[in-house]
Ligand binder design. Structure first.
Ligand code: SF4
Length: 120
């Protein structure tokens, strides 16, 4: 079986092919090692940065945009979303502040992507 993967490691967006052969994965179409590594990871352990929002207490806004500070396994995205839905952050909050450490033992922290002041 051959899988087509568009490399997202840089704006060139090389079209990479990964063929599962009896001698292992045959990877072609990449321009650099980054792309080869990306394609291999996408086949063996696909990961994504998760972006979402959490509810906020005492803030000038009711929700805060957040993201994981590193890519997490794709099959953990839904479980992490369920966990994120339980969180209530307390204002004031600063950009980069850790809202949830090591979310569901993925090794990634959930961090704020903006400042959010406390309601006066
Ligand atoms: S393979 Fe290399 S050059 Fe091509 S998109 Fe990926 S990172 Fe960029």
């Amino acid at each position: 079986m051959i899988r087509d993967i568009t490399c997202i490691a840089c704006p060139l967006g090389c079209e990479i092919k990964v063929e599962d052969t009896e001698n292992g994965y045959l990877i072609t179409g990449y321009t650099c090692k980054k792309g080869k590594d990306y394609a291999l990871q996408e086949i063996t352990d696909p990961r994504r940065i998760l972006t979402s929002t959490v509810a906020v207490e005492d803030g000038v806004l009711k929700v805060l945009p957040v993201k994981t500070d590193k890519a997490i396994p794709k099959d953990m995205l839904l479980k992490c979303m369920e966990e994120i839905n339980k969180i209530k952050a307390k204002a004031p909050i600063y950009v980069g502040q850790v809202i949830k450490e090591n979310i569901l033992n993925t090794g990634a922290n959930l961090v704020a992507t903006r400042n959010l002041a406390k309601k006066e």
